[in-house]
Design a protein around this ligand. Structure first.
Ligand SMILES: Cc1cc2nc3c(=O)[nH]c(=O)nc-3n(C[C@H](O)[C@H](O)[C@H](O)COP(=O)(O)OP(=O)(O)OC[C@H]3O[C@@H](n4cnc5c(N)ncnc54)[C@H](O)[C@@H]3O)c2cc1C
Ligand SMILES: *[C@@H]1O[C@H](CO)[C@@H](O)[C@H](O)[C@H]1NC(C)=O
Ligand SMILES: *[C@@H]1O[C@H](CO)[C@@H](O)[C@H](O)[C@H]1NC(C)=O
Ligand SMILES: *[C@@H]1O[C@H](CO)[C@@H](O)[C@H](O)[C@H]1NC(C)=O
Length: 539
């Protein structure tokens, strides 16, 4: 998997190499939320709130802001606030952050699934929305149709808008993104949809949570919409387990969390209060299992008391495989994150970004002709995803701090088929006229691509060859989901089945990855469920 690590590194080398050419000053983010953020070690060891939200991430922040309009809310986030890592707040800085070693305090946590694929999770207030590539796109209609929830589509629309007015910008297309857009259209990837946040088939420019000065507007900024009198956000607060009571049927009653000094704190909920898990697609099933909610045989094998048996907790974990290629460009172009996407029926998506090669090259190099001096070049990454994943895996505990996850990438033949179709499209795309200039020529006048990592298959009509390419190069798009599916672990109101006063509201409830990219819908879900809860309680 060394090649995938290299790709991961390169994917995020946006601007660190040539700061003189592309640097800008980044204005500060709106961090008025900082007035209700407190390190957990300064909080009492016993407290009561109406709502306790576990995980101050992509869904947790909008949910907390919403519930705080009428009730007291405590958010418990294991990471620090993003001001501790200024690099996550700008597009330029992210590269440095993501190539750091994981020292347990970084804004991200590395993990390797049992499949051998390197992956990362957010570990910072704002969660994955603070370390991601920032592309913003709403869910496809099939997501709403197949999710097992009776959506109020007017409320969905309003919830998306509530998010978008705060975090989304319309990107100005970089030269690379414009060229990529041309190539998508030339390769016949549907019609030209212009700028559109909605999921539509064809080629379009989506939203970005990076504004025109490269500043990130992540989920933390949704906390600015809270009623500050009702909200407390604790950082470096790691929830160890959920506490239950049997007084009136099985119900959640509080949580135990530890601060960075290892001191345990207990927070409980008021009479009509609730606990909501928004710890993400890995964190939420992990914490349910740790709290004794899950398959009896698995929990017993670890000598964990079984609070409630549910065989589906931690099951149906899926990660959309990333396929594609990285090509060294024979020129230097300003780096950009993802701004344009091409969507094919049925839900195969291709995105691209350019970065600067983190080393200069002394040609001859591959197909580059000899030159007397070293040159700095750019790299283009073509990255494809398909939304519907038929291969699923699971998450389980093994007594250590972090859970074990297996996604079984491409184990279902339908996924291989989708990948093959996607790779063929990437092949069409790079062979368009618009992409002619990314070919390098050698002295004999031959032209070709200078791939970094695995080259695209030579014979795209050979299904087996392309399928092998998919399996050999599979990596993650970081859109992993599942573990607490609607209808299996939670009901259609996101309430944990069999347990009162406990919900799960995040990507762990998804059986289908929403849209080209999930962040928009995870944020929307936090707002949407928060408003539903207020309506149900206040009438
Ligand atoms: C590198 C990368 C690039 C991506 N690019 C994009 C993109 O361009 N567009 C897009 O739409 N999506 C993108 N995604 C995906 C998207 O960011 C995530 O799907 C989304 O943020 C949800 O993440 P999550 O489910 O892991 O939850 P998170 O948002 O990470 O929320 C979980 C939070 O809970 C906290 N937590 C977990 N366990 C505990 C505990 N026990 N106690 C206290 N707190 C806890 C975590 O620290 C975290 O802050 C990307 C993701 C990554 C990693
Ligand atoms: C390449 O980049 C390095 C590091 O930023 C810089 O020092 C060097 O001058 C650049 N070389 C060329 C040929 O632009
Ligand atoms: C809930 O909060 C909103 C906004 O703060 C307020 O207008 C409304 O009166 C509150 N409702 C109740 C029942 O307290
Ligand atoms: C490409 O693969 C197809 C299908 O397997 C095969 O028929 C064809 O001969 C191959 N072409 C080349 C040039 O190898």
């Amino acid at each position: 998997m060394a090649a995938s690590l290299l790709l991961l590194l390169l994917l995020f080398i946006f601007q660190c190499q040539i700061p003189v050419l592309f640097s800008q000053t980044i204005p500060n983010q709106d961090d008025s939320y900082m007035k209700f953020v407190q390190n957990a070690n300064t909080l009492p060891t016993r407290e009561e709130y109406d709502y306790i939200i576990i995980g101050g991430g992509t869904a947790g922040c909008p949910l907390a802001a919403t519930l705080s309009s009428n009730f007291s809310v405590l958010v418990l986030e294991r990471g620090s606030d993003p001001n501790a890592f200024p690099s996550v707040l700008s597009q330029q800085g992210l590269a440095n952050t993501l190539t750091d070693n994981d020292d347990g305090l970084n804004p991200f946590q590395r993990f390797v699934s049992e499949d051998g694929v390197e992956n990362i999770r957010g570990r910072v207030l704002g969660g994955g929305s603070m370390i991601n590539v920032g592309f913003y796109s709403r869910a496809q209609p099939e997501f709403f149709q197949s999710s097992g929830v009776q959506w109020d589509m007017m409320a969905v629309e309003k919830a998306y808008q509530w998010i978008e007015e705060t975090v989304v910008s319309r990107p100005e297309l970089s030269p690379w993104q414009s060229a990529f857009r041309e190539a998508l259209l030339e390769a016949g990837v549907g019609r030209d949809n212009g700028y559109d946040l909605n999921h539509v088939v064809g080629t379009r420019t989506g939203g970005s949570i990076f504004d025109s000065s490269g500043r990130r507007h992540g989920a933390v900024e949704l906390l600015n919409k809270a009623d500050p009198r009702n909200l407390r956000v604790a950082t470096q607060a790691t929830v160890k387990r959920i506490i239950f009571s049997q007084s009136n049927g099985l119900s959640a009653s509080g949580v135990l969390y530890s601060d960075f000094k290892g001191k345990l704190h207990k927070a409980t909920i008021s009479r009509n209060g609730e606990i909501i898990l928004t710890a993400g697609a890995i964190g939420s099933p992990h914490l349910l299992l740790q709290s004794g909610v899950g398959p009896r045989s698995h929990l017993s094998s670890l000598k964990l008391p079984v609070v409630f048996h549910n065989q589906h907790v931690g099951q149906f974990m899926a990660d959309n495989p990333r396929f594609g290629a990285a090509i060294v460009l024979p020129f230097l172009t300003p780096p950009t994150s993802v701004q344009v996407v091409g969507t094919l029926k049925p839900n195969i998506h291709i995105e691209s970004l350019s970065s600067i090669l983190p080393f200069s090259i002394s040609p001859p190099f591959g197909l580059l002709p000899p030159r007397s001096t070293a040159v700095n070049l750019s790299l283009a990454v073509f990255a494809g995803k398909f939304s519907t994943v038929s291969s699923v895996g699971s998450l389980r505990l093994d007594g250590r701090k972090n859970p074990i996850v297996r996604f079984n990438y491409l184990s279902h033949p339908d996924d291989v088929q989708r990948c093959v179709e996607g790779v063929r499209k990437v092949g069409d795309l790079v062979n368009t006229k618009s992409m002619e200039r990314i070919k390098t020529g050698d002295l004999d006048g031959k032209k070709g691509f200078e791939f970094l990592g695995a080259p695209l298959p030579e014979n795209m009509s050979d299904y087996r060859l392309v399928g092998d390419f998919c399996r050999k190069t599979v990596t993650t798009f970081w859109h992993y989901h599942g573990g607490c599916l609607v209808g299996k672990v939670v009901d259609d109101n996101y309430r944990v089945i069999g347990i009162k006063k406990l919900r799960v509201v995040d990507g762990s409830t998804f059986s289908l990855s929403p849209g080209t990219n999930p962040m928009a819908t995870v944020m929307m879900l936090g707002r949407y469920v928060g408003l539903k809860m207020l309506q149900q309680r206040l009438g």
